[in-house]
Design a binder for this molecule. Structure first.
Ligand SMILES: NC(=O)c1ccc[n+]([C@@H]2O[C@H](COP(=O)([O-])OP(=O)(O)OC[C@H]3O[C@@H](n4cnc5c(N)ncnc54)[C@H](OP(=O)(O)O)[C@@H]3O)[C@@H](O)[C@H]2O)c1
Length: 257
């Protein structure tokens, strides 16, 4: 659908790019002519396997890290600088959460999700911006968050973390516009992806019936929206959160409490 030269000369980092939505974003970017795609996440073995598969589509490289550890994020920036000399696009996709009634979430559980989905995204964004985007006077950050339009009943921790990222997306878009850096977010609804394997099947039973379009989204659909925001086709868009949810946010909550 898109031209295969849309991302020519672009060096891209996709956190959590070994699986699900992140993998589709990485594959799509390589198919659309990206110069190099870096993928980064914790499980080194699975990361290497994904990297080998992605090499069928272009130049893919990988780096194992935990986004919650800023010193590891700095080492990733060193790695990208040594391998490519620049970074053009950062996709903050790594993240995770677990369903729980608000009153049952432990301090550790709360901190784990906030650290991953808010702090990890922040460390990655600030470190990559200072190392590459501000120095280059060009950059593009895309944050994958979640459908937080009506709060996030059943997962208050990730709702709070994603709302933080939604807000920093707006702030950074304004602060860094002078550095020619765009910052946007994508809010997926329920996407048929590996992340759903972490949820109990009973939570997902009949879920399509509670989405106006009567189906789940695909990782390819999220990757195609990400591609639009990565590309010059969206060159005047910054500070936006785009929902991709089959209309779910306008209708109601999908998870039974
Ligand atoms: N699927 C959906 O319906 C949906 C809806 C809304 C939002 N989202 C969000 O979209 C993103 C991708 O979702 P998905 O369904 O494709 O899930 P997924 O397959 O579980 O992807 C999450 C990725 O993030 C990596 N990751 C998690 N914590 C990390 C950490 N601390 N440091 C580095 N890497 C980390 C994981 O790899 P390692 O385990 O190897 O670290 C994994 O590759 C997630 O942030 C998810 O919460 C998903």
């Amino acid at each position: 659908m898109y031209s295969t030269t849309l991302l020519s000369n672009q060096t891209i980092l996709v956190t959590g790019g070994r699986s699900g939505i992140g993998y589709s974003i990485a594959e799509n970017a390589l198919k659309q002519g990206a110069k190099t795609v870096f993928i980064a996440s914790r499980d080194a073995e699975k990361l290497n396997e994904a990297c080998e598969k992605l090499k069928a589509f272009g130049d893919c490289r990988c780096f194992s890290l935990d986004i919650r550890q800023p010193e590891q994020v700095s080492k990733l920036a060193d790695f990208i600088a040594a391998e490519s000399g620049r970074l053009d696009i950062l996709i903050n996709n790594a993240g995770g959460q677990f369903p729980s009634a608000a009153e049952d979430i432990s301090i550790n559980g709360w901190n784990a999700v906030i650290n991953n989905n808010l702090n990890g995204t922040w460390y990655m964004t600030q470190i990559m911006a200072k190392r590459f985007f501000i120095a280059q006077q060009s950059g593009n950050v895309i944050n994958i968050i979640a459908n937080i339009f009506r709060g996030f009943p059943g997962m208050v921790h990730t709702g709070a973390a994603r709302a933080g990222v939604d807000n920093l997306t707006k702030t950074l878009a304004v602060e860094w516009a002078r550095n020619n850096i765009r910052v946007n977010a994508i809010a997926p609804g329920i996407i048929a992806s590996t992340g759903l394997e972490n949820y109990p099947p009973e939570l997902l039973k009949g879920i399509s019936d509670r989405i106006p379009m009567k189906r789940l989204g695909s990782t390819q659909e999220v990757a195609d929206l990400t591609l639009f925001l990565m590309s010059p086709l969206s060159s005047f868009i910054t500070g936006e959160t785009i929902y991709i949810d089959g209309g779910q946010r306008l209708w109601g909550d999908v998870f039974e409490l």
